[in-house]
Design a protein around this ligand. Structure first.
Ligand code: ZN
Length: 342
């Protein structure tokens, strides 16, 4: 019999306490076509309906073997909530944001009156509630949302990067707005049963904006969000895409418990660059995890072993799992995680 439940084990790892072995979890999206076919809940419905969302999230545990459940599967529900246009999802492809609603500080005023329990984000809250009722004693219930910087970009469009460099007042007003929303949404997920939190802020990338702007437009806002979660006793993992290597030491000053790195980052360097944050990652979701075939399972095990030996704190995909990824490939990674003792 295992010494810890998966829930206790992950909580202990994130708190830097001793455990019997590595937990096998995924902090990024978990939905795949094989799981959809097996459980009967598929995209796009599983992005929109709480029961279907919970069913597909559950499949990552019951069918694949991850020792946690996590919702949602995309990062557009927040922008959709504020009225951005969305290109709908298909069974294999994520939805995407195609139009924007915020051009000025005045526009923000028009969006300040909202009810967090409505629209698709309300369905995410319900899905967490369903999962927590069923698995909350045993498994980590991982809540997730887009981070405040990437939401700001969704709301304002590609001009966002120019805005932060030319109009500090507007940039900070948008960040205040998205952070206030993010805190409300994250805490609502916690109230519904999320005990671990994954902040997906793909474009808040140090490699895109550099140290000066990262310190000004990301750190204070991530700090507020992480602090609000810590007040509820909820640890958080921050995922940012791209080569974040030179930014890691700055990124962790927001107080986040773990940083999820993508395949562009060298694990050993990442571990050396942080003071306290646990490094999570970083198998390439495309070239390593998606490519099928027997020999690929061997390659996955080899890549997993490399990451483990380099000191990764939690072995996981480097970004969202590609929907066509074969279950056996994910299971190869999971097996390596479960066999690892720190
Ligand atoms: Zn990513």
């Amino acid at each position: 019999m295992d010494e810890y439940t998966p829930k206790e084990r992950l909580a202990r790892v994130l708190a830097h306490k001793e455990v019997d072995r590595m937990p096998a979890i995924c902090v990024t999206q978990t939905g795949t076509v094989e799981q959809m076919d097996a459980c009967g809940a598929e995209w796009p419905e599983a992005h929109e309906n709480a029961e279907k969302m919970a069913t597909l999230a559950e499949a990552a545990h019951t069918i694949v073997g991850f020792e946690a459940v996590r919702v949602p599967f995309d990062i557009t529900a927040e922008a959709e909530f504020f009225g951005c246009g969305i290109k709908p999802s298909t069974k294999v492809q994520q939805p995407s944001v195609i139009s924007h609603v915020i051009n000025s500080v005045d526009d923000l005023e028009d969006h300040k009156d909202y009810d967090i329990t409505t629209k698709r984000i309300g369905q995410v809250l319900k899905a967490i509630n369903i999962l927590a009722d069923k698995y909350g004693d045993e498994l980590p219930i991982i809540g997730s949302m887009i981070g405040p910087f990437s939401l700001a970009q969704h709301l304002t469009g590609d001009s966002w990067f120019m805005s932060i460099m030319t109009d500090e007042e507007f940039g900070k007003a948008v960040m205040d707005f998205t952070t206030e929303f993010g805190i409300k949404y994250a805490l609502a997920q916690v109230e519904n049963g999320a005990d671990t939190f994954s902040i997906i802020d793909p474009t808040a990338s140090y490699s895109l904006i550099g140290a000066e702007f990262y310190k000004k437009f990301v750190i204070p806002y991530h700090t507020k969000l992480v602090d609000a979660l810590h007040e509820k006793g909820v640890p958080s993992v921050l995922h940012i895409c791209g080569d974040t290597t030179p930014g890691l030491s700055i990124m962790e000053t927001c107080g986040v418990d773990a940083i999820s790195i993508d395949q562009n980052v060298d694990v050993a360097t990442a571990v050396a660059n942080v003071d306290k944050a646990l490094i999570v990652g970083n198998l390439d979701p495309v070239s390593v995890l998606w490519n099928s075939g027997e020999e690929n399972v061997a390659a996955i095990k080899e890549e997993s072993q490399k990451a483990l030996e380099a000191g990764v704190g939690l072995l996981a995909p480097g970004c969202g799992i590609v929907s066509q990824t074969p279950t056996v490939n994910l299971q190869a990674m999971i097996e390596c995680a479960k066999n690892w003792t720190y």
